[in-house]
Design a protein around this ligand. Structure first.
Ligand code: G16
Length: 523
């Protein structure tokens, strides 16, 4: 057929380096930008097929997310703004790795397996295609795809529509604030020298007097995600460079494409305090649970975490808040899936990537309560706050801007300082390290990545190392966005967590084919 010939011809302009094998990982393809030309071309083809299959608009996001400047990446966004399904991730990997001569066969294979009507019209939102949105944050594109496919019910599929929907909901929420002084309305934001900084600057005008933002690392100088951004702050457990804050003041960091956020402050003794995704999900779920009680609504609320969640957070949620907690593999697509089983599913990765999902039934019950004239005053107030909370949240995906507005609103409504929020529970000290190995697929895991099944002997080694430390836990997993194995350890003291992380790194290095220098002790 003519169009296959065209595909074949055009693909020669974007040749695949022979032998290069890439995998559609945790969040799409992610590697050094110079290896991605053929991937971008092929993902354009796949997005078109996905659109024909679903008869809906599909998103294509080009981003390196939290990775450094030399990297780039691409991922597909499904009709409701969620990540593409696992079956299509498999198609993406097959298409990416087909040698030039086999590309058309690989395409035909997808068409046949999915029974795609090739003459069906296709619609793709991307950076430089049919609809030109220019530069947007990843969550903004997810949002717009969802708006488009719900015929505007979710909101207006434009940048302005996004700013307006979120800021309007934020204003409605902050009307309930108690004694909010100008100082409390101030927030320092580290934009990671990424797109989030640009968009936040644009949005500032919409936030008027309700939130006073001082923006750092706005991209005017400095490199993307370099010594700044949510990933740097979370992993290094220190403030980003370039940020000036007084003791006790609130600050937050976005990552490069603004789908993650973490908060922090420095105390009077200059000690740095991090409030990560676990602290965020605790704050949000507690807030929602209280509102449900006030509204007299019986809805099933749960929190979804990953193995990286600090054990203190899980214990607090389960034992004190009595909120059910689920654990899934890393990657918001997995958390989202688990969150969908509840009326309200709060899902956050410890790295600050997450959001809240409300079932249609939950949204309807809230709406009915707001509209019912016999609802008493307290219940009505709670229901209206719940409704505005739904509106400020980007349910399509984790969104730093939307999460920030929700957190700011909650703190204002509760009249809570960041120190009070931090004091809800105390994190167990933890450490994350990376180990370079010949082939990270040597590591295979089970039980939501909490146990390693290969290479042989690794889990036994981890188990006996963990036993040497009090209140300790450790796990390893191959990264889905970098060519490394990640190591996580937590224990009663920082020294213990650091030692355990080092010892486990050494076990990985020795048993899973480490390359380069052996890991060294941290102290
Ligand atoms: C992506 C995913 C996140 C996930 C992270 C893990 O983050 O979207 O859900 O936590 O990858 O990365 P790794 O597998 O390397 O540990 P992002 O922000 O880069 O899109």
């Amino acid at each position: 057929m003519a169009h296959f010939q065209i595909v074949s011809k055009r693909s020669c302009l974007h040749p695949k380096p022979e032998g290069l094998l890439l995998q559609y990982g945790t969040a799409g393809f992610r590697t050094n930008a110079k290896h991605l030309d053929h991937i971008m071309f092929r993902m354009g083809l796949l997005a078109t097929l996905r659109s024909k299959k679903t008869k809906a608009t599909i998103g294509v996001m080009v981003t390196a997310s939290h990775n450094p400047e030399e990297d780039n990446g691409v991922k597909l966004i499904d009709p409701l703004g969620e990540m593409v399904t696992p079956t299509w991730e498999g198609f993406a990997t097959k298409l990416a790795n087909a040698e030039q001569a086999d590309l058309v066969t690989a395409l035909k294979d997808v068409i046949e397996k999915e029974a795609i009507n090739i003459s069906q019209e296709a619609n793709v939102f991307t950076f430089y295609a049919f609809y030109y949105y220019g530069l947007v944050t990843t969550p903004m594109l997810h949002y717009m795809v969802r708006c488009q496919n719900t015929q505007g019910e979710y909101g207006e599929a434009t940048v302005e529509g996004y700013y307006k929907k979120l800021s309007d909901a934020f204003f409605q929420l902050t009307k309930n604030a108690i004694n909010c002084t100008d100082d409390q309305k101030h927030l320092s934001v580290d934009g990671a020298n990424g797109i989030g900084a640009v968009k936040l600057r644009e949005m500032e005008g919409y936030l008027k007097n309700e939130l006073h933002i001082t923006l750092f690392n706005d991209g005017s100088k400095g490199k993307l995600n370099y010594q700044c951004g949510a990933d740097f702050v979370k992993v290094q457990q220190k403030a980003p460079t370039g940020l000036k804050m007084n003791p006790g003041e609130r600050g937050c960091s976005f990552d490069g494409d603004a789908d993650r956020i973490v908060y922090y402050y420095t105390d009077a003794e200059e000690k740095f305090h991090l409030l990560d995704g676990d602290k965020i999900s605790t704050l949000i779920s507690t807030f929602l649970k209280e509102l449900l009680t006030q509204a007299g609504l019986v809805l099933k609320i749960a929190v979804v975490q990953t193995a990286y969640a600090n054990r203190s957070s899980t214990q607090y949620l389960e034992d004190i808040m009595k909120v059910p907690v689920r654990c899934t593999k890393t990657g918001v697509k997995h958390l989202r899936h688990a969150a969908q089983e509840f009326d309200i599913g709060v899902f956050f990765e410890a790295n600050g990537h997450g959001t809240v999902l409300f079932s249609t039934a939950a949204e309807e019950k809230i709406q009915q309560l707001v509209e019912n004239p016999s609802t008493d005053e307290e219940a009505k107030r709670a229901a209206v706050i719940l409704q505005n909370t739904v509106n400020v949240i980007n349910q399509a995906v984790g969104d730093a801007v939307s999460d920030m507005l929700l957190i700011e609103a909650i703190l204002a409504i509760k009249g809570m300082t960041i120190q009070q929020w931090d004091a809800i529970y105390t994190d167990l000290p933890n450490r994350q390290l990376k180990v370079k190995v010949l082939d990270r697929r040597a590591i295979d895991t089970t039980d939501a990545e909490r146990r390693a099944v290969s290479p042989a002997g690794l889990q036994e080694a981890i188990d006996s190392l963990v036993k040497k430390h009090r209140r300790a836990r450790s796990f390893v997993r191959p990264s889905g966005t970098e060519d490394v194995v990640r190591v996580y350890a937590e224990a009663e003291t920082q020294e213990s967590a650091d030692t355990l992380a080092y010892e486990v790194s050494l076990a990985v290095y020795r048993l899973a084919g480490g390359v380069g220098d052996e890991p060294k002790p941290l102290h």
